[in-house]
Design a protein around this ligand. Sequence first.
Ligand SMILES: Nc1ncnc2c1ncn2[C@@H]1O[C@H](COP(=O)(O)OP(=O)(O)OP(=O)(O)O)[C@@H](O)[C@H]1O
Ligand SMILES: [Mg+2]
Length: 350
Amino acid sequence: MYETFFHLDGTPFQLNPDPQFYFPSKGHRRAFAYLKYGVYQGDGFIVITGEIGAGKTTMVRTLLEELDDEKIVAAQLISTQLDADDLLHSVASAFGLPNQGLSKADLLANVEAFLAEVETSGRRALLVVDEAQNLTPRAMEELRMLSNFQRGSRALLQSFLVGQPELRDILRNPTMTQLRQRIIASYHLGPMDRDETRAYVLHRLKHVGWKGDPQIEDAVFERLHAVTGGLPRLINAVCHRLFLGACMNERHVIGGADLNETINEMRDEIAPEGPLAAAAAGAARGAGPGGAGVVRPFLLSAVVSRLDRIEKSVTNAVRLLEDITGEEAKRPAAGVKPVRMRFGVRPPGR
Ligand SMILES: Nc1ncnc2c1ncn2[C@@H]1O[C@H](COP(=O)(O)OP(=O)(O)OP(=O)(O)O)[C@@H](O)[C@H]1O
Ligand SMILES: [Mg+2]
């Protein structure tokens, strides 16, 4: 709704990973270069990790749009807890191959024949696995097996593993030694710095025809970086609310006090463990720019977010143990709610 009020051609701060808005920060450019190097090498794994909402999916989609499909046959998997069998089915389906009702051996044979055909036609096959931190150890092993397919000395498949920081921990595990040896490059995508945060906001605004309405005071950019830690998804979420608030109040100038008010409103909705939670606490007490350093002991949502991470790590550890021992761990009975529900708080959205 604020688009009309500010005469914009579209919504500048959406939460979907839309390549049209791609902003090449230093980190994004670097990660992008690694991926391009991988495409050029056509062999082994490239691993890109990054904080939640740092822009991994946006970057990968931007790359996939750029690739010349006369030369590269690319397939993308979004891994939500894929196990080994699901993985092979998903890979076959992502490359457009039949996969229903086939045995594992048939699936493997089909995928190999397809990859060989791609190679013969002078093209290269690329598999991108996003959210790879959710792959089970067995699924990782299947991926490694796929990367072993060769024609002469040429590998038939290049894979990108893209995921949140837990992916690094998973890959460090001793059971992953063989896969690790197939990694040709890895990069961790960090947040944007202060100048980039400003340039990022202006980039998104200009993309929707912004001509200075609303006017944004310098103090906003300073504080925005402090409260979001330079993470694009948080920047979008905060800016969206900031613009909405300005529109509701029929204002065409946005200043530091407006941002404080927005953060205060949002603190119970989005509160990552880091800067926004601290800033929310500061803003709640009327701290001006720079007040982000005053941290309330903790916010409930930060605790919830931490519990989520711990829960995920424990699940991964149990899976690894199951894999090593071949035994299946006892799961909690159906209907048992995760600890966080006792607080009655929604976990921070992604
Ligand atoms: N380089 C960028 N240029 C433009 N927008 C970006 C960029 N990076 C991230 N964004 C925006 O930030 C939001 C989060 O990006 P994205 O979904 O790519 O993050 P992610 O790292 O994949 O997150 P997750 O860890 O949850 O998978 C999206 O709204 C996206 O449009
Ligand atoms: Mg993503």
